[in-house]
Design a protein around this ligand. Structure first.
Ligand code: OSB
Ligand code: MG
Length: 369
């Protein structure tokens, strides 16, 4: 296939309620969508998971726009590409900027699947017909508020509850949740809020039978996590620290992680995500698909990836309605009793809803060969 045209949209959508992590809270989500068109008129969509500011990683919507426009588009426009795996190779001389790379690569995967009359899941080698999903809940004002939210999500059928923790909102909160819901599959995500000075505190979590603790220590660390894992029983799951198959291998060899949260953007695209998945499967490490508060385009990519066989733990991709009054795809992503049915239409399997998409677009950029 030959990529003939790329369109980028800056989007601004307001979430139903603010999302709070150990870094802070926000409600307006600004991000990029990208559409690639080939010489036959097939199109594919990708979403950038970079946020407006660099609080999760170093990338932002604006740095992604710069990278895509000035470096990535020139590498793919008017080039013959036989398979999306080649995009991963083409981009590899450029360091980092994984979310920017994943935006372009994701659109080319969707395009490739449509052109070859495959679902994106099939193109990736996935087989699951439905995927199990959990929910991620931001930091709340009180344990009581959190308990009420969790009660609602359990009633909706979500398969596991992930709650954000930070110093001052941790042990007591988890204890209260465990007392209220003795059986529910529960995990905590610290988004790097602790250090090895907190080992005694983190040890106290062992009594609550958590499925895992996600990224307790620094966002670029794999050494201290290995030390921490030797001290605590709760399995550590790395998120922020894993950017590539090489990172996954090193973290595994050091014993820094027993589970990996795979996010397509963080690792630079679907090809790298699949490599990490395959490595973890071989080593007996379960994986699950993380979320970045995506709109429907990004959600659709997550659903397709999750059909691979080693995604054995529920992911963070909940229904579109979890965050959005209306989503940019049709139909919207719907989790029923904690399961999302993998769509059977070609490519990402959902159609862009242009009327909704246009309403939330603040700027557009067009690149033609
Ligand atoms: O650490 O997994 C995280 C959201 C934004 C940035 C980082 C994270 C998250 C979530 C929410 O946990 C996942 C989602 O619901 O999309
Ligand atoms: Mg996380």
């Amino acid at each position: 296939m030959i990529i003939k045209e790329i369109n980028i949209r800056k989007m601004k959508m307001t979430m139903k309620s603010p999302f709070a992590t150990s870094f802070g809270s926000f409600q307006d989500k600004e991000f990029l969508l990208l559409e690639a068109t080939d010489e036959l008129g097939n199109t594919g969509w990708g979403e950038s998971t970079a946020f407006h500011s660099p609080w999760y990683n170093e990338e932002t919507m604006e740095t992604n726009l710069h990278m895509i426009r000035d470096f990535l588009i020139p590498l793919v426009l008017d080039k013959e590409i036989n398979h999306p795996d080649e995009v991963n190779e083409l981009f590899s001389p450029l360091r980092k900027n994984n979310m920017a790379k994943a935006t372009v690569e994701g659109a080319i995967w969707d395009l490739y699947a449509k052109r070859n009359k495959l679902t994106l899941a099939e193109a990736l080698g996935g087989t699951a017909e439905k995927i199990e999903v959990g929910i991620s809940i931001g930091i709340q004002k009180s344990s009581a508020d959190l308990i009420e939210l969790v009660r609602g999500y359990i009633a909706e059928g979500y398969k596991r509850m992930k709650v954000k923790i930070k110093p001052g909102f941790d042990i007591d909160v988890i204890r209260a949740l465990r007392e209220a819901f003795p059986q529910v599959p529960l995990m905590a995500d610290a988004n790097s809020a602790y250090t090895l000075d907190d080992v005694d505190l983190l040890k106290q979590l062992d009594e609550f039978d958590l499925m895992m603790i996600e990224q307790p220590l620094a966002s670029d660390d794999i050494i201290d996590h290995a030390k921490l894992q030797k001290e605590i029983k709760t399995p550590i799951c790395l998120d922020e620290s894993i950017h590539s198959l090489e990172d996954a291998r090193k973290a595994f060899e050091l014993g820094s992680t027993r589970i990996i949260n795979i996010k397509i953007g963080r690792v630079g695209g679907l090809t790298e995500a699949k490599k990490i998945h395959d490595f973890c499967m071989e080593k007996g490490l379960p994986v699950w698909c993380g979320g970045m508060l995506e709109s429907g385009i990004g959600r659709a990519h997550n659903v397709a990836l999750t059909t691979l066989p080693n995604f054995i733990l529920p992911g963070d991709t909940a229904s579109s309605s979890r965050y959005w009054e209306e989503d940019v795809i049709t139909p919207e992503v719907v989790a029923e009793d904690g399961y999302i049915t993998v769509p059977s239409a070609y490519g990402i399997g959902y159609e862009p809803n242009m009327e909704v998409m246009n309403r939330y677009t603040t700027e557009q950029f067009q690149f033609k060969s």
